[in-house]
Ligand binder design. Structure first.
Ligand SMILES: [Zn+2]
Length: 66
């Protein structure tokens, strides 16, 4: 059971398909306009299985980034 796909402490993201935790830097963020970034959820592509997913943004992460 994961409470979050994103592990800020470990700097990893767990792919919801292959369930492999991988370093954040290994995920490509697709087509994010910087101008509207605050209004968008980033979409990630897993390098291992090519699954596309958008982790639900957590309030703490969102306010920390703002
Ligand atoms: Zn995957």
């Amino acid at each position: 059971m994961y409470s979050s796909l994103i592990d800020d402490a470990g700097r990893t993201i767990t792919c919801p398909r292959c369930e492999q935790p991988q370093p954040m830097r290994d995920f490509a963020t697709l087509g994010m306009s910087p101008r509207y970034a605050q209004l968008l959820d980033p979409i990630y592509r897993c390098k291992q299985c090519n699954h596309l997913f958008a982790p639900r943004q957590q309030m703490s992460a969102a306010s920390a980034a703002a």
